[in-house]
Design a protein around this ligand. Structure first.
Ligand SMILES: [Zn+2]
Length: 278
């Protein structure tokens, strides 16, 4: 009997925390309606074949090219979530009356945001909507994370992040992250150092937005363990646009990357791509 092909448009992988912190993050590959448990496929062959189709993750229309991780061009130009202020929250322009979708902005940006420290390839600062923890950290392949401040809006989180970026990076070196070349850090010590270094700037933001607008958190730091049998020593990237068939032995999963013995692939980059999985 021939099994029906598992086929559908890729969403980013579902990454969920295990029941206990010392266990591994649980991954599911999502293609259309299908959810494929990946942890148990470690050490086994995995084959992904792009059919050549891409469907916009927002409106479902067919698109020749994917913009901003799975959008068609009209959605990319129209949606607030694809605007540059999402990546640079300090440039929020809602109050100028030019938000692309003010109601969407009110629901997503005028919500509590967290400023955190994470260790994905070394210390970095980041921001996320409160409801996106811990997903955001797992998507980055962080091995540790510590929420340090809570603020009222996305724009405020951007202002705070700008202060921190004078003292710490905000990027992940994805090659180092995938090679597993990451040393554990004492995030609470780093937090105390950075809060001291940014105290003046934080004070100014509080006088602008209100004493309660930027709140220090006393959270504990989290550790994350990824299902990786062996880390690659050299990083080779697969790309459906260049070669529609990606196959190999699954050696690990970290962030939104599959690590195969033939190379790695960032599945998030290919959101909306219709693939068959075997
Ligand atoms: Zn669209």
């Amino acid at each position: 009997m021939i099994e029906a092909a598992t086929q559908g448009c890729l969403s980013k992988m579902a990454a969920t925390l295990p029941g206990r912190q010392e266990e591994q993050v649980v991954y599911h590959l999502r293609a259309g309606e299908h959810r494929i448990a990946l942890n148990e496929r470690l050490g086994e062959p995995l084959n992904l074949r792009w059919t050549g189709a891409i469907a916009c993750t927002h409106c479902g229309r067919a698109t020749k090219k994917s913009f901003a991780q799975g959008h068609c061009y009209p959605c990319f130009k129209r949606l607030a979530q694809c605007d540059t202020c999402i990546m640079k929250p300090e440039t929020c322009h809602y109050f100028q009356g030019t938000c692309r979708e003010p109601e969407w902005g009110e629901r997503h940006c005028f919500q509590p945001h967290i400023v955190y420290l994470a260790n994905s390839s070394g210390l970095k600062v980041g921001i996320t909507r409160k409801t996106q923890m811990p997903t955001r950290w797992l998507d980055q392949g962080a091995i540790q994370a510590l929420p340090i401040l809570e603020v009222d809006t996305r724009q405020q989180s951007g202002f705070v992040e700008m202060l921190f970026k004078e003292h710490v990076g905000d990027r992940t070196n994805w090659r180092a992250m995938l090679k597993g070349e990451v040393t554990e850090l004492d995030l609470k010590t780093e937090r105390d150092r950075l809060l001291a270094a940014t105290a003046n700037g934080l004070g100014q933001l509080r006088s602008e937005f209100g004493a309660d607008a930027i709140r220090e958190l006393d959270a504990s730091s989290s550790d994350f363990h990824y299902p990786v049998a062996s880390f690659p020593s050299k990083i080779v990237s697969h790309n459906f646009d260049k070669k529609p068939e990606v196959s190999g032995i699954l050696q690990g999963i970290k962030g939104q990357y599959l690590m195969l013995d033939t190379g790695v692939i960032n599945l998030r980059k290919f959101t909306g791509y219709e693939v068959s999985v075997a």
